[in-house]
Design a protein. Structure first.
Length: 169
């Protein structure tokens, strides 16, 4: 992988990290822990929730273990990045998003002992409990988008390789 590709990945990761940390600091300074601010009633609100678990609060109260897992994931991803589609711009975006997202949540875990989640989508049901998607943040979004792009690129490359491997009739 050339140095331009590495620089692009690093720039995207740094931009993602900066945006993630800026938005979390804004929430941290403006809202109290547990506070909610409805933006679109019955659909979206800003919240200030702490998450010591992973996605959807799985493995709750295992912040230290999850910080170690994130650190290992960063190292493994860094050393294996050449196995991904990093020679394309889309591959570089994908890796940059994943690196930046992992770093953003890792910083939270190490600095404040939990990840700040602040985006909450839900559906209000009359006379019943709201149905909500777990709260998340910019880092979570970056990781999901980056991993999704990696899957799409892998699938696309596999399809292309299969077509090339088949002899023409």
């Amino acid at each position: 992988m050339n140095s331009l590709a590495n620089r692009r990945i690093a720039l995207i990761a740094l931009f993602t990290l900066a945006l993630d940390q800026f938005t979390k600091q804004l929430v941290y300074r403006v809202m109290h822990m547990g506070q909610e601010k409805v933006i679109i009633d019955g659909f979206f609100k800003f919240v200030h929730w702490g998450n010591t678990g992973a996605a959807w609060s799985l493995f709750r109260d295992n912040n230290g273990v999850l910080a170690l897992v994130a650190l290992v994931a960063l190292v493994v991803l860094f050393w294996s990045r050449h196995h991904f589609d990093a020679h394309t711009i889309l591959g570089q975006v994908a890796l940059g998003l994943v690196f930046g997202g992992i770093l953003g949540n890792l910083i939270d875990r190490l600095m404040i002992g939990h990840v700040i989640d602040f985006l909450y989508f839900y559906l209000h049901r009359r006379g019943a409990e709201d149905i909500g998607f777990p709260a998340f943040n910019i880092a979570d979004s970056a990781i999901c988008i980056g991993v999704g792009l990696i899957f799409i690129l892998s699938w696309r490359n596999e399809t292309t390789m299969t077509k090339v491997a088949q002899p023409s009739a």
